[in-house]
Design a binder for this molecule. Structure first.
Ligand code: ATP
Length: 219
């Protein structure tokens, strides 16, 4: 099965399906129709069927989907059966908020190390997470086998730190800075620019009003 071939838009919806299926399983529901699933996750049922079709025929006509089967399936695809350790660089306001955010509840992700240049923070424990000085970056990432880093540093520090992260063998960066950081082809970057997102929302509201349908379709 070629997991890497699925469209980005489909990949983005997988955690959504997974969360809801988990909820269903916990409440003892054993099967669900694509219409019910569609209403719950607010994705139209044709899209759901097409998303699921990338993984083979998972549903039976007139029966719907078996919740446990689907759940097992998504667990594997999303790597939910193993805990992923992630590091966070830059323990400022946003960094603190992310340290406090319970990623694990939904996704089996844990921020296991923080890094900061500020000597007042380095060497302390914040929200249960040890914060290390930048001089420990490469060592700690290696020791803890961390391959993913959340970047919440000031913009002017972002590229320099990115270069260090790449040297340290990091494979993925969740970039909260507005800078489009440069990385070699084998490193993946996910940009999360909150200010731009908010600006986009304001732009759409100003120009099209609140009823514009979200068309987050396959890019
Ligand atoms: P935020 O943007 O997260 O709200 P803030 O306004 O609290 O943050 P920033 O100046 O953006 O502070 O810095 C975020 C964090 O990044 C701070 O804790 C700061 O000490 C840290 N930081 C700044 N420069 C570096 C660097 N070169 N390496 C590592 N950490 C750094």
């Amino acid at each position: 099965m070629a997991e890497t071939m699925i469209p980005k838009a489909t990949a983005k919806r997988l955690p959504l399906y997974y969360r809801y299926l988990n909820f269903l399983a916990n409440s003892g529901t054993t099967k669900i129709s694509s219409t019910e699933l569609s209403e719950a996750v607010k994705v139209d049922s044709a899209t759901i069927r097409r998303d699921f079709s990338y993984f083979g025929a998972l549903g039976k006509r007139g029966y719907g989907y078996d919740v446990m089967d689907l759940l097992k399936f998504f667990k594997k695809i999303l790597n939910q059966d193993r805990l992923t350790n992630v590091a966070l660089v830059g323990v400022g306001n946003l960094g603190h908020a992310l340290l406090n955010y319970n990623f694990r509840q939904a996704n089996n992700i844990r921020i296991s190390a923080g890094f900061d240049v500020n000597p007042d923070i380095a060497g302390t424990i914040q929200s249960g997470v040890p914060i290390y000085p930048m001089s420990d970056l490469a060592d700690q990432l290696r020791q803890q086998q961390i391959e993913i880093v959340i970047l919440t540093v000031p913009t002017d520090a972002a590229q320099g730190i990115t270069d260090d992260l790449v040297k340290a063998g990091i494979k993925g960066i969740m970039n909260f800075t507005p800078l489009r950081i440069s990385v070699p082809g084998y490193v993946r970057v996910q940009n999360v620019d909150l200010a731009t997102e908010l600006q986009t929302l304001i732009y759409f509201l100003d120009h099209y009003g609140p009823t514009l349908k979200d068309t987050d379709e396959d890019e």
